[in-house]
Design a protein around this ligand. Sequence first.
Ligand SMILES: Nc1ncnc2c1ncn2[C@@H]1O[C@H](COP(=O)(O)OP(=O)(O)OP(=O)(O)O)[C@@H](O)[C@H]1O
Ligand SMILES: Nc1nc(=O)c2ncn([C@H]3C[C@H](O)[C@@H](CO)O3)c2[nH]1
Length: 213
Amino acid sequence: MSVIVLSGTIGAGKSSLTEMLANKLGTKALYESVEDNDVLPLFYSDPEKYAFLLQIYFLNKRFASIKEALADDNNILDRSIYEDSLLFHLNADLGRANQKEVEVYDDLLSNMLERISKSDIKTAPDLLIHIKVSFDKMLERINKRGREFEQLDTDPSLFNYYQELNKRYDKWYEDFDICPKIQIDGDKYDFVENPEDAKKVLELIEQKLNTIR
Ligand SMILES: Nc1ncnc2c1ncn2[C@@H]1O[C@H](COP(=O)(O)OP(=O)(O)OP(=O)(O)O)[C@@H](O)[C@H]1O
Ligand SMILES: Nc1nc(=O)c2ncn([C@H]3C[C@H](O)[C@@H](CO)O3)c2[nH]1
């Protein structure tokens, strides 16, 4: 049984690498709710009003995905539940959640994480793959993917939000100690367009998996 989770900022390449890895390893991929997520556009149009609702929505969906992942033998999830707090606290620090909402959320998350903590080895992931991208690359990829509500042209204030999010991810990854981890340089490896880079990235991940099996 092996559960792999991806992490990284918006547009880092998590879904792309999840698909590649699932094909390579012959395992099932579970994707974050985006296309079917009717709260996400609301959040981008009015973050002050919808930050808390979006966070609860994602937490619920992620917990459902984790349950689904644990029901099968091998799975890859395109974003870890461990990043939720980073995203929510950034929004809270920007004044998009009040103190009570922060307390309720933190309590709910820690309750849920108790079920999937490292003391329960059956339910912690086997590997976290973090894709690190520079801020410039992050903006380039968000632009390349072209979801309208995420574009700086649609909302120039997203520039500061993205910049702060990208910065906070570095410390988040450094502190992460729930399971074995590996960082992939998403600036260096164009694993979407370049087959040589894709091969190299898959090799790095397989080497890491061999050290933990
Ligand atoms: N290493 C890469 N090289 C070139 N293009 C990439 C790379 N990674 C991702 N991309 C492109 O960048 C865009 C964003 O990638 P993707 O949707 O996989 O990101 P994500 O991390 O899943 O984002 P989100 O969390 O916001 O859903 C896509 O257009 C994808 O083709
Ligand atoms: N606020 C907030 N909290 C989350 O937990 C969270 N998880 C994902 N997202 C946003 C980022 C991308 O736009 C899009 C796809 O990743 O959804 C989030 N936004």
